[in-house]
Design a binder for this molecule. Structure first.
Ligand code: NAD
Ligand code: MG
Length: 331
């Protein structure tokens, strides 16, 4: 079994007397900057002057600078900008200011693994990838807990890269929940394969196709919505808390028998074959190339696909029902 590194095994000492520049103050940037500061680390936030992130960081009482200024003052640079934005900012504002023996940290391996960023050989290149959204990284820290993270070293120029990356993981609170060592390749590929086939793509499609099936058979859309979307969350909570068999033990015996016998016939070996094909496109770099091209073209396909989803019946029915379920006022 992979070893889970715990809080008490890790020291913040490697960051003592060092300045950490957090570039970007969005989901991960804000959470990680605040947590590091509250852990006693010297943090400067690097953002665009006059932008909303600048104002937000100032309101939070952070020390704020432009990206070039922040890099010049830093020993550790955390690249917490959107992945597709990183290459340009890296080339124009970060790389020219990196000194020998500095550390560059990423929260996802995408840009380095696919070669969109090629760090010079005189810096340490590391990753702390929290396995949860930024908001939770902050909230869990404030509760005295943490969100688990994967850590990796892509280049160990100084010989101290592992101590540094573990200290960063401790500073953001991740070691409180446990940290596992990985590689940039494993983190990037599993993250993309997971979100495409199971988390974002798989769940969305399973729920939507289930909804369409019920509606096409003549059942009320509202009944279909409660059945396949609303209740999916309740079943997922059971799986999350108690595991798959723990969930099975907590549903009715009819649901248990029906699920066990019919589930594998619906999500069958064809689906697994499709998952393998999706994984292959991630592993070969084909998906990354396609996405980069789409991004550079202004994301027309993404916008079109979003528009199709917005006008789907499940969205119209859902907006109505959620107003009632969550007691929201009409907009
Ligand atoms: P985000 O979109 O929430 O934040 C982006 C920040 O970058 C903002 O402060 C924004 O103002 C700034 N920015 C955007 N364009 C810019 C530009 N052209 N020049 C300068 N600044 C610019 O980003 P995020 O979701 O926190 O992602 C940051 C990194 O964390 C990514 O590598 C992502 O894969 C990784 N990550 C994110 C999450 C998450 O919860 N969102 C989870 C794990 C890993
Ligand atoms: Mg992901």
């Amino acid at each position: 079994m992979a070893r889970v590194i715990r809080d008490e095994e890790v020291s913040l000492e490697p960051l003592r007397g060092k300045t950490v520049a957090v570039l970007g103050y969005g989901s991960q940037g804000r959470a990680q900057a605040l947590n590091l500061r509250d852990s006693g680390v010297d943090v400067v936030v690097g953002v665009r002057p006059g932008g909303p992130s600048w104002a937000r960081a100032q309101r939070d009482g952070m020390e704020v600078a432009t990206i070039p200024e922040a890099v010049e003052r830093a020993d550790v640079v955390m690249m917490l900008l959107p992945d597709m934005v990183q290459p340009e900012v890296w080339r124009s504002q970060v790389e020219p200011r990196l000194g020998e023996g500095m550390t560059v940290d990423f929260a996802h391996g995408f840009t380095v693994h696919y070669g969109l960023i090629e760090p010079p050989e005189y810096v340490d290149v590391v990753m702390v990838a929290p396995k949860g959204p930024g908001q939770l990284v902050r909230e869990e820290y404030l509760r005295g807990r943490g969100v688990p993270a994967l850590v990796a070293v892509w280049r160990d120029y100084t010989g101290n890269a592992w101590d540094t990356v573990l200290a960063l993981a401790k500073g953001i609170g991740a070691t409180r929940a446990g940290v596992i060592k990985t590689t940039f390749r494993e983190e990037t590929e599993t993250d993309l394969i997971g979100e495409q086939t199971v988390l974002v793509g798989g769940l969305m499609e399973l729920i939507t196709k289930g909804f369409e099936t019920l509606v096409e058979l003549g059942y009320q859309p509202e009944v279909a919505y409660f059945e396949v979307l609303n209740e999916a969350k309740l079943i997922m909570d059971l799986i999350w808390r108690y595991g798959v068999t723990g969930m099975l033990e907590r549903v009715s015996v009819t649901a248990r028998y029906g699920g066990l016998t019919v589930g594998p016939r619906v999500v069958d070996d064809h689906v697994k074959e499709n998952m393998r094909r999706a994984a292959e496109r991630v592993r070969s770099g084909e998906f990354a190339r396609e996405w980069l091209e789409e991004y550079r073209a202004g994301m027309p396909r993404l916008e079109k696909l979003m528009e199709e989803r917005r006008s789907h019946l499940i969205e119209r029915v859902g907006a109505e029902l959620r107003r009632i379920i969550f007691h929201e006022e009409e907009q």
